[in-house]
Design a protein around this ligand. Structure first.
Ligand code: XMP
Length: 324
């Protein structure tokens, strides 16, 4: 008879068996559910011989890297290195507006930065890092064996698989038999805070694909502030947990407005909220008008550079969840 407790115990024993008494493992963490659950499991299995790396590409949500440090390092005791690589990412993204080019640049730079960090960690240790842990879930395993889902072929997805070849790392996938709801259950059992367990997914390329057109520090700051207001209001109005994924996108279109007695000519924030079970299809969320009113007036009043807010009423298909 199957229980999550015995599954966790067995998985920890299996990891110990694979890695041995001295082996070292590295893994990228993002602050999302899957990578956090995988990291805590590794920590339980081999302690500080698991090295978690957060690559801060400068495209994360407001205060995200600080928050990840607080939870993973301070609360969960994971051996975590945060690499601030935002200058490198933003430098390479300068002048780039094409969505696929943004994705490729970010994916490649991510691997470069991660690999460089792995070498630094290696240099400090007597035992080389031999394994890479990835939070691959059962649905991803199925998708890559049998067929490529729509998003995999329409948008190039972000992963660190390239490291297996260049660094000759071997792969550990402790979540590969689990569905998302089981990963959440495991996460709660492992003592991960509930608000992290119930977080909406966040794409690997981060805010770069939620800022249409060129990604600049000023644009990042606008979308971070708008998104922060949006998420705070969804939580305050008990809507966050009814929605599968919500975020603010910045459209680099200017429209005319009026503030006090002055004409403004500023950009647009698009609010997205969807309900979905597998993210292959999604319906736009029926947002209460009262809440939309409050979010819109807060964003326009509090975020400098925005004078118009719109709500995205497109389902997937034919639209996708992300705008790029
Ligand atoms: P789309 O936009 O294809 O998104 O409807 C479906 C789901 O995938 C997420 N997404 C990504 N996740 N790396 C990720 O880890 C990526 O490159 C990526 N692109 C999209 C998106 O947020 C949604 O949940």
């Amino acid at each position: 008879n199957w229980s999550m407790e015995t599954f966790v115990d067995k998985e920890i024993q299996r990891i110990r068996g694979v890695v041995g008494e001295t082996g070292r493992v590295i893994g990228a963490v993002s602050g999302g559910v899957d990578s956090t659950v995988a990291a805590v499991l590794m920590k339980r299995a081999i302690g500080d011989r698991f090295h978690a790396v957060l690559v801060d590409h400068g495209l994360m949500r407001l205060n995200e890297s600080k928050n990840v440090k607080k939870v993973l390092d301070e609360q969960l005791g994971i051996n975590l290195t945060i690499v601030d690589a935002s200058e490198s990412f933003l430098g390479k993204l300068k002048g780039v507006t094409d969505p696929e080019r943004k994705r490729k640049i970010i994916g490649n730079t991510f691997i470069e930065v991660f690999e460089e960090q792995a070498k630094l960690i290696d240099a400090e240790q007597s035992e080389k890092i031999e394994y890479l842990v990835q939070g691959t879930l059962y649905p991803d395993v199925i998708e890559s064996i049998s067929f490529k889902g729509p998003s995999a072929t329409i948008k190039s997805h972000h992963n660190v698989g390239g490291l297996l070849d260049t660094m000759k790392l071997k792969l550990i996938e402790p979540l590969r038999e689990l569905f998302k709801d089981e990963v959440r259950k495991m996460g709660l059992l492992l003592g991960i805070p509930a608000d992290l367990i119930w977080r909406h997914p966040f794409p690997g390329p981060g805010l770069a694909i939620r800022i249409l057109g060129e990604v600049t520090p000023a644009q990042i700051s606008i979308v971070q502030q708008a998104d922060h207001i949006y998420m705070s209001e969804l939580k305050a109005n008990n809507l966050y947990n009814q929605i599968s994924q919500a975020y603010a996108a910045l459209l680099p279109i200017r429209s005319v407005g009026v503030m006090g007695d002055k004409r403004t000519y500023e950009q647009v924030i698009a609010l997205r909220a969807v309900e979905s079970t597998d993210f292959m299809t999604a319906d736009w969320f029926d947002m209460p008008v009262k809440v939309m009113k409050r979010i819109s007036s807060r964003i326009i009043n509090e975020v400098h550079g925005v004078n118009r807010v719109v709500y995205d009423v497109s389902s997937k298909p034919p639209a996708t969840i992300e705008w790029e």
